[in-house]
Design a protein. Structure first.
Length: 350
């Protein structure tokens, strides 16, 4: 094997390029993967723009990874072998907190992430450390699943956790505010969970046009109409059973409370900027309508396995989700296109 590899090295916000760096050594208790694909996530774009409190530059990012085992450490746990194609989730759980010890890994109090605590997948090779093998989400890619699609199981896992917590199911009217990549996943999942009606909304017509492929029952441009009024009309005055705020806009959370019906569940899925994280929600509506405000952020290993199963079984169409594939050498172009909103989901393939 050669001694160096190409990788995207980020040296400062908006200062990144393809560089030749040493191939990492395979850990005694870990694996070395030849990266097959790594998804470009919205959080990657934020790190490229502004940096990240858990990332010290220079650094290699990228956390939605699939790859083939090329070396296995002599003491690596698990039954993996050279040649196996794996999907690697980003979350590494502490295994020690009160939630991990009770099997509620999605509430882990001290989790770490690939591409933050360890170098990420925008490279030709990536290490899977012992911590990820013991306390993370590392799964074989199903034979029926394109490995380039398998890496995007990671964002789907978080959405599965959220809709599970909101108990989305038959008879529900679900409104999804924001139809970027995450919003599109929520459309698909709501339909997989047999929601009766799915309403998707955004303020950008370009995103609504992309989301049309997901065939929600209604698409609403919230920049051109009163969204709460429209949802009330479409639900015969009752309001929505579930509202998902899949964007970082405080106004979306306010409107979600206003459009939810009695007993409605509101998934605050999109985090807000720190200086805007206290929107003026009418808590009387929460009180008198018995609304449930639900926050989720990560996922448990079982959610990751479910995401791979849904992708492999075709219930979630990965090919529709991943609209663009770029060579690693075209990383700058991929970022430019993603920042301009011209792609739903891009994967980089070394």
């Amino acid at each position: 094997m050669k001694s160096t590899m190409k990788a995207v090295v980020v040296r400062a916000p908006m200062d990144f390029d393809i560089e030749e760096v040493p191939i990492p050594d395979c850990p005694w208790e870990g694996l070395l993967l030849k990266v097959h694909a790594c998804g470009l996530c919205g959080s990657d774009l934020r790190t490229l723009r502004h940096g990240h409190r858990k990332v010290t530059f220079p650094w290699i990012i990228g956390h939605e990874t699939s790859g083939q085992v090329v070396q296995k450490g002599a003491a690596a746990p698990g039954g993996w072998k050279v040649g196996d194609m794996l999907a690697v989730g980003s979350i590494v759980f502490c295994g020690k907190c009160r939630f991990c010890t009770n099997g509620k890994y999605e509430l882990c109090e001290d989790y770490r992430e690939m591409a933050q605590a360890w170098p990420g997948g925008f490279a030709e090779y990536v290490v899977v450390p012992k911590e990820a093998l013991k306390l993370g989400s590392v799964e074989s890619v199903p034979d029926s699943l394109d490995p380039a699609i398998a890496g995007v199981a990671e964002p789907i896992s978080s959405c599965i956790n959220a809709q599970e917590k909101a108990q989305v199911g038959p008879g529900d009217t679900v409104v999804i505010i924001g139809v970027g990549p995450i919003g599109c996943i929520h459309i698909d999942l709501a339909k997989v969970r047999s929601a009766a009606k799915v309403i998707a909304t955004d303020i950008a017509q370009s995103r609504l046009d992309l989301a049309a492929d997901y065939e929600p029952d209604h698409l609403i441009n919230a920049a051109e109409t009163d969204l709460v009024e429209q949802v009330r009309k479409l639900t015969h005055g009752r309001g929505a059973d579930v509202v998902v705020t899949a964007n970082p806009d405080p106004t979306a959370q306010i409107r979600a409370v206003e459009m939810a019906g009695k007993g409605g569940r509101i998934l605050l899925f999109g985090g807000l900027p720190t200086d805007e994280s206290r929107p003026g929600i009418d808590t009387n509506l929460v009180h008198y309508n018995a609304l449930h405000l639900i926050g989720t952020t990560i996922y448990a290993p079982r959610h990751y396995r479910t995401a791979l199963e849904l992708l492999a079984g075709g219930q979630i169409c990965g090919e529709r989700f991943v609209t663009h594939r770029f060579a690693l050498a075209d990383f700058r172009l991929a970022v430019k296109e993603a920042m301009a909103g011209k792609v739903r989901k891009a994967v980089l393939m070394p």
